[in-house]
Ligand binder design. Sequence first.
Ligand code: HEC
Length: 102
Amino acid sequence: MKTKVFYTILFLCISAQASASKGELLFKEYCWGCHHETSMAFGPSFKQIANMRNSGEIISHIVDPKNTYKQLGYSRSVMPEFKNFSQEELQNLSDFIQSFKD
Ligand code: HEC
């Protein structure tokens, strides 16, 4: 029983990590100009985002920032929307962002 729990947890950790590393590639291609991992750029750092938001909030903002910026406390919205990511890619990006949580 304990072994089973151990392997399940191990599997979840490995898959979250694999997902986050796919997210890192997407991040470098599409987000790097405006967001840096730990320092403020044009947009907030991923560390700041990870400490404030859950995965649902992160994914909604990537897909439709014009619809979520007010709810997140911004007075204007300059981030472009990214409508072409698959559900899996959105999850990869969210896992990557959340890997910066303190
Ligand atoms: C042209 C610059 C730009 C690009 C490119 C960009 N962002 Fe943003 N992002 C911003 C700015 C500025 C904000 C602040 C709110 C706004 O303007 O919508 C923001 C806000 C966010 C937020 C919400 C912040 C919060 O307070 O929780 C998330 C999540 C986010 N961006 C993720 C991404 C991801 C993932 C990508 C790449 C797929 C990306 N952004 C690409 C500029 C950008």
